[in-house]
Design a protein around this ligand. Sequence first.
Ligand code: 6R9
Length: 650
Amino acid sequence: MSSALENLLQENRSFPPDPAFVRAANAQPGIHEQAEEDWKGYWLDQAVNRLSWFEAPQQTLDDTNAPFYRWFTDGVINLSYNCLDRHLDSSAEKVAYHWIGEPGETRTLTYRDLYREVCRFANALRSLGLKKGDTAALYMGMVPELPVAMLACARIGVIHSAVFGGFSAEALIDRINDAESTVVITQDFAWRAGKEVPLKANTDNAVARTPSVKNVIVLRRTGSEVAMTEGRDIWWDELVADQSDECEPERLMAEDPLYILYTSGTTGKPKGIVHTQGGYLTQVATSHSQVFDHKPDEDIYWCAADIGWVTGHSYIVYGPLTNRATSIIYEGAPNFPDFDRLWKIIEDYKVTILYTAPTAIRSFMKWGEEYPGRHDLSSLRLLGSVGEPINPEAWMWYQRVIGGERCPVVDTWWQTETGAIMISPLPGITSTKPGSATRPLPGLSADVVDETGASVPLGGGGFLVIDRPWPAMARTIHGDPDRFVETYWSRFPGRYFPGDGAKRDEDGYFWLLGRVDDIMLVSGHNISTTEVESALVSHPAVAEAAVVGRKDDLTGQAIAAFVTLRGQVEGDETLLRELREHVGSTIGPIAKPKSIVFTNDLPKTRSGKIMRRLLRDISENRQLGDVTTLANEAVVEEIAEMAASTSSEE
Ligand code: 6R9
């Protein structure tokens, strides 16, 4: 960015917390200020009070080798103990997970059940020779055995490296080789939208090119036939059959590695983000309690992300179990067998807290209100969002249609690298504004800076930075510490640069503006994709929009928009002109898209983020007229093809 980022979109709606909610909220007014008085002490208090340690830490932050920060270094802990053992006295029969298979079967795992399964599987891993410091790749769908495998690794100090079950064999190969995993834990097939995804066959293809792998453990999920390689492949059920129900948890140092999780961002080889034990669990447990206002004896909590992403690691497995939650895990697609699957689950299980992504919310909007309308959603009391900037219109729809205008909406900004939620409302404290993640959580600090690193005054936009360390921060990139420094710590020395643009309004609220790589430069103005997309989505005909800057002789870059429409709306010349005018009148003539393409779908990463880079390529290689109305099958097909062929991109 050559100058600060334009601040185009003004959003004046504001929702103060409901007094009844405030009275009972876990996080009470004043907590930000209290934490700020001694932020390191605040985090030590959270660590000691929320977690069970074999030896409680005395040390807070060690910054002697910055940016390789360390937290609570003298603490000794085991995360599976924190998630399981310590709940057994009071809550052995409490449900940890209600699991719903895509075809319709269900399972219930109490804390005692989960404890037993984890111990047995941990013993099984030990029986294969795995020990502290080894790495296991987990390539599974949304089955209870995935958290079981993660916790079993954590129990014995094995580092887990989960690879999203939607990834191809290629992506799996890179990740196994980079982490040098010695075992792959997978399943025969996974259910997805009524189809069987061949995880074992993909694993076979991968393992042919991953010399470190000695064993493959295979869970029977669908029961369809798979090839098993003698001496290498072992059925999960046979492996655990003779194992003991007890397994002594390993005493680990707070800074021992817990897991590696790969994120590719926009360019290059995937980065193996390394998280450690004590600091990670401290911040994940704290944020889970504060942001979702989670009450273990009252709530039915549902984070509808995939466990293979960081959101699932932190907010399906480690945070909720540490906080003794009862959670939902649903195996399959949200539109299977019909578009109301999620709403049916919420009604059936009386879910009180729902955490999902803007991309899902925009799909729900596109499918129409009739589907949530078929179900009683009155059990819900809080809604969360994560993964992308949430457009104000999607926020309002979520709040009204799903939340019945009674639930606070928490838009949570964070990353694989941050480990836990960083910027978010606290539902008993913060007045929310649709589209804003509001402000850093207690104990955390962030700023918006220009390219020289100077803080941008309120009302302006620029680069988001996190200007001091936090407990759940990534410790390094596996095998490439130089890249860790280069990617995150070199642009603004001493501060962490997440790669996102942001602005702050006059109240100091943060508005996330997407990846800085996506920012457009039109006639000398830096315009964020998010603001133009939000303006488009605020038109009643539009369900979803992606905009990119494409080369333009006149203006440097011109704004190219790709738009999907709601329900049965057809795109034509009239609508196209209307949309351009709508953007012009919402945020200003400078932001009017030069071209608009109506498509049935947008290319997304496997975690649901729009892949603008692909659209940019498409826009620059095609002669799109100044104003294009085409529902061009060729373009759309190409979008889909290109998206599919880059499946190794996160
Ligand atoms: C948790 C997760 C991280 C990137 C991040 C940002 C985008 C996530 C957001 C958001 C605006 C939010 N992002 N949450 N942007 N508002 N509430 O998504 O991790 O997959 O590593 O992605 O996602 O661009 O930098 P990850």
